[in-house]
Structures are given as C-alpha cells and as structure tokens.
Design a protein. Structure first.
Length: 241
C-alpha cells in the first residue's frame, strides 16, 4: 500500500467515524445539554446576572443554533485528527495485534485506545454538563484531564514495549504492571476541584450518553479502517518514502 493511499484511507476513516460520533452526540447528548443550560439560565435569572427578556432569548437561541449546526462538522474535524493518530498506531502495531483479519485487529486496537485514552481518564474526571464547573477552574481541569490521558497513553505504550521483551506467560506481568501503575496514578492525581450542584440524575444521564457517543467513534473507526485495510490488503505494504 502506497503512503498516499494510506493517508487517504486513514483520513477518510477518521472523517466517517467523526461524522457518526457527531450525529450520535447530536441525537442523544444535545437534549441533556439543553436541560443543563436551561438550569444555568434559570440560576442567572434568579441571581440577577441576566434578565429574562425577549432579547436574551433571541441571543440565546441564535447561539445554540450556531452551536448545534457546527457540532457534526466539529465531529468530522476531530475524527479526522484522531483518525490520523489511530491509523499510524495501527500501521506500526498491525502485525503484533491479535486477530485473524484486519477488521478484528483494528477493533482490538480501537478497544485498547478507547480504554486507555478515554475510559480510564473518564473514571477519574467524568464529563459534566455545563451547569457543573467554575469558569475560573477550567484551565486547571483541562490540564488535569489531558495530563491523565497523556500518562495513561504513554504508560500503556511503555508496558506494551516491555511485554514484547517478555516471553510466554510472563507477558501478563506487563498488563499487571500497567494496572498497578495507572491505579496508583488514579489515586495520586488531584480530584476535580468543582462541586457538583446540578441534579445528579441529569449528571449521571449526561455522563452515560457521553460515553455512548465517544464509544460510537472508537467502534466506528475500528470497523471502518479495518474494512478499508482488508479491501486494500492485496497491495504492497505501506511505503512511507
């Protein structure tokens, strides 16, 4: 497979998966965002920070319409960028991945990246609706979340490299090592600094739908890239020159 063809299928896979992710989010996450923002607006009215006026609602509706209309496009853009990373990792690790065809191999890799780059950081810093979080702590919260993603991802690569040096049943030690290490990091990392004041039913439902949305992306990119790769597997291996 020539490098130009590799780039095309990787970007297309990410774009299609991002399209699915954006569409799923629009369908199942947006209603909870509307509820959360409605609570936030009511708090603004009660505090006197905003006035419940026609002008406010015109501006609000215009802003939300703009947000919603760009959500699917944003999903495609994000999916394309993440898809590029996924494609590179798949190309480098394909021969070492378990599975008897490229679709299974791609899905396994997607599952590993879903777990290490999303689920584990999510368990420490779960997604919250807009009514949760102080604007003054947004930078700190972003740093904590991205740091956890980086630590989880880099350590997973490190223990994977260690597993390649071990033989037979000893390879399990690398998986155990990652589990012990990331568990220690989980408890050492600071907690989310913001108190949750939104109704917990809304928070839990929003988090569940967020997980479904992101899971749809990783499942989609695993299937789509695997199908593309299998279709083109009769060609030569990738030439990066």
């Amino acid at each position: 497979m020539k490098s130009s063809l590799f780039i095309v299928i990787v970007l297309l896979s990410g774009a299609f998966a991002g399209l699915i992710h954006g569409t799923v989010n629009f369908a199942i996450v947006e209603p909870y965002l509307d509820q959360a923002i409605g609570i936030e607006n009511q708090n603004l009215f009660e505090s006197g920070a905003e006035e419940d006026s026609p002008e406010f609602w015109v501006e609000y509706e215009g802003y939300r319409t703009w947000q919603k209309s760009g959500q699917i496009l944003a999903g495609v853009i994000l999916g394309t960028s993440v898809g590029a990373l996924f494609g590179i990792v798949f190309a480098l690790s394909r021969n070492a991945l378990p599975g008897n065809n490229d679709v299974k191999k791609s899905l396994i890799l997607a599952g590993v990246m879903w777990l290490t780059l999303y689920i584990i950081p999510f368990l420490k810093y779960p997604a919250n609706p807009p009514t949760v979080g102080d604007g003054e702590t947004v930078v700190l919260r972003s740093i904590l979340y991205l740091s956890f993603i980086a630590i989880s991802g880099i350590s997973a690569i490190g223990f994977y490299q260690l597993s390649k040096k071990l033989k037979n049943n000893k390879k399990l030690l690398a998986l155990v090592g990652y589990g012990v290490f990331i568990s220690a990091v989980f408890f050492v990392m600071p907690e989310n600094p913001d108190e949750i004041t939104a109704p917990m039913d809304l928070v839990y439902e929003f988090r569940f739908m967020s997980v479904l949305g992101v899971t749809s992306f990783w499942a989609s990119i695993g299937i789509i890239l695997g199908l593309f790769w299998r279709k083109l597997s009769s060609q030569k291996e990738i030439d990066y020159s």
